[in-house]
Write a protein that binds this ligand. Structure first.
Ligand code: CTP
Ligand code: MG
Length: 233
């Protein structure tokens, strides 16, 4: 792989959330998982794909420098920069996007909280964007039966085989994500939704159980168990 090719992808990591639901007493990205902060696991998982040439963190206000220093030793050859995040995830992503140099071709947006994402998922997202997609999201099969509530208070079951739970990293050509954020669709719940609001298609690649989001204390127990099982191999 050439040096030019390794600089094609920038990874934005929104890590500015407080982690209310986890309730660790520290911002979620700093909560320990198997002895290391969640952020460290997330950075390591992402840069396992060597095409990532820069990592941009959105951190809680005032923690930019310390979190960049924490992440840097785990980012391989990719430099790490950090900006203060905003009040919402979308604002945190927008602030990170604002410092991304224009010479990157592909941008990934990856929740710090999905800290165990396998490299196959990261690679599949990058490949699909380089292959010409405008928006790529990993989608995992839905395990629960899902019912849709209708106006009358009644409900009906949706066809589960057609549903996917959306994970990250989500990937985009850099210019497309910039256009989507400039449009600022307030309704969109994620970056792919913002690109969709431009009228562009969103491509799915297979997600993975390990790309689950650490949201509650129970999720942290699961993440610990996955890592312990791996360490024991
Ligand atoms: N995030 C962010 N800026 C915000 C809010 C969230 O960068 N203003 C990031 C989080 O750090 C996380 C990702 O977006 O990596 C997904 O958000 P979530 O899992 O909801 O994390 P928190 O908002 O920290 O958790 P909670 O909602 O329980 O407070
Ligand atoms: Mg949140």
């Amino acid at each position: 792989m050439s040096a030019v090719e390794t600089r094609r992808v920038v990874a934005i990591i929104p890590a500015a959330g407080s982690g209310e639901r986890l309730g660790a007493g520290v911002p979620k990205a700093l909560a320990p998982l198997a002895g290391e902060p969640i952020l460290v696991h997330a950075v390591r998982s992402l840069v396992a794909d060597p095409r990532i040439g820069l990592v941009v963190l959105a951190t809680p206000d005032g923690l930019e420098e310390s979190m960049a220093e924490l992440a840097a030793p785990h980012a391989g050859t990719a430099p790490v920069v950090a900006v203060a995040g905003g009040a919402t995830r979308a604002e945190s992503v927008a602030r990170a996007l604002a410092v991304v140099p224009d010479d990157f071709e592909v941008v990934l947006v990856h929740d710090a909280a999905r800290c165990l994402v396998p490299v196959q998922v990261v690679g599949a997202v990058i490949d699909a964007v380089l292959g010409g997609a405008d928006a790529v999201v990993p989608g995992a099969p839905v395990v629960d039966t899902i019912r849709e509530v209708v106006e009358s208070g009644a409900s009906h079951t949706l066809d589960r085989s057609a549903l996917r739970a959306v994970q990250t990293p989500q990937g985009f050509p850099l210019a497309v994500l910039r256009r989507a954020h400039a449009g600022g669709d307030a309704e969109a719940t994620d970056d792919a939704g913002m690109v969709e609001a431009l009228g562009l298609p969103v491509v799915l690649v297979p997600g993975h159980m390990r790309a689950f989001k650490v949201t509650t204390a129970q999720d942290l127990v699961l993440a610990e168990a996955i890592l312990a099982e791996e360490a024991g191999r």
